[in-house]
Design a protein around this ligand. Sequence first.
Ligand SMILES: *Cc1c(COP(=O)(O)O)cnc(C)c1O
Ligand SMILES: [Zn+2]
Length: 502
Amino acid sequence: MKIDQFPEKIRPYLIPEPNGHMVYVCLNCEAEFPIDKLLYTCPACGSVLMLHNQNSGPIEAINGPLWREIFDYRRMLNQNALKGIFRYYEFMAPVIPLDHILYLGEGHTPLVRANPRMQERAGAEVYFKVDGLNPSASFKDRGMACALSYIHTLARKGGGKEILAICASTGDTSAAAALYASYLQGLIKSAVLLPQGKVTPQQLSQPLGSGAVVLEIPGVFDDCMKVVEALAENYHVALLNSKNSWRILGQESFSFEVAQDFDYEVGDKAITLPIGNAGNITAVMSGFLKFLRAGIIDQLPKIIGVQSAHADPVYRYYLEQDPEKRHFEPIMVKPSVAQAAMIGNPVSMPRVIKLVEAYNQAAGGQRVFVVHVSEQEIMDAMIFVNQNGNIACTQGGESFAGFQQAVNNGYVGTDEIGVLDSTAHVLKFAPFQDMYLTDRFDPQFDVVPKPELKNAPLLVKPPRLKTYPQAGKPLSGTDMNGYLDEMTSEIANILKLKKKSP
Ligand SMILES: *Cc1c(COP(=O)(O)O)cnc(C)c1O
Ligand SMILES: [Zn+2]
């Protein structure tokens, strides 16, 4: 719709202004730092940072109902910069000029209602928010769109000197970083560090296809992370890991979208998501808090964080009920099918601790819960949901298994509604699916496929058929007729088809 076709009342608000004043704020010592440079950790105390907009005047000048109208009308607006996560520009990064915003199709992923079989299995009404339908097929694109838009601004200011963007990854961050950096070819070059043998071939092919320098490092993700941090400390590189608070900011769009998807009624929802490096759960809590404070929503949803029993440091931390006695202890991870969340020392843990506290306080009671599930439960859930109309990866399966657990534990009532983060596309994690379906799991995963869920291709070779067509050598005449006869009767036999009466 063209601007002059919108109601007059909305027109002044449709195209936002970069009128924010953003600063980095240290989560530990609360020192503030300007955003003219990329910072990852507090120069004063070394803790992690969050981004704050100190010019809250323009946001407060608009009430909740008007904000809702603005976002709802912006859905109909054809402005490239505002088509993705920046529909919520004022709550995201209102310092990036609109013409520096990268939009590669991220955000506004579908909310898909589960079929009756899944609802029954889950024990409550359930939706998947299908973040696997982002451009690089995971939710990481949300954060990357924001971080690269900001770095784009820096690069333009810096007179076009090429910036090297670097990240360590369990696979999906690299794919997203390489994709967004490749759009800014000439201004930004990207390099990614992956734990050797710990990402799927599909995930490895993504940054290669985007033209990034791909470095495989012996070790697990936590080791890659240490190498990348040492690089960022000593060399001129832009770090794209979730220590980078611009990424957290972009990932808040998930919450804004869920709010809008449900007409801003989220008090009866339980947002369920896997926890790895804990950036996503941080962003999701932060996003809902912002909308609550602006009066856009009037209740906070529950948050259910899910971890695999093979990588569950956050779960263990919250096992202790007394906040005074809680103590964070990094753990050694064991191989997990939820490989993108296989992290023993999440960099965003300090953010989680702060935000869980703020979240529960704002809600006036406990609204954040962390559960853990077995590898077996994750795989059973993934295969089950995908046999019921979904495209969930192993971590999406983890969301479903975690939600079932939360219902069983009584964290979520059967009258509440699950909104499950399907964090990546099944195709990225196809090797795990295939190991399950064909019963070839390495024993270290502790996964035994359910017989009724197994699946493998059947080769159709009727015993009486002697001549097959080959590439460049098609059959014809009686050979072709014989081939068709034998094949159809064999397939009809396998599928137990009934013959039509003549
Ligand atoms: C990164 C990732 C996660 C974990 O998210 P964190 O922000 O690291 O907690 C989960 N699922 C998928 C598919 C991912 O790529
Ligand atoms: Zn500090």
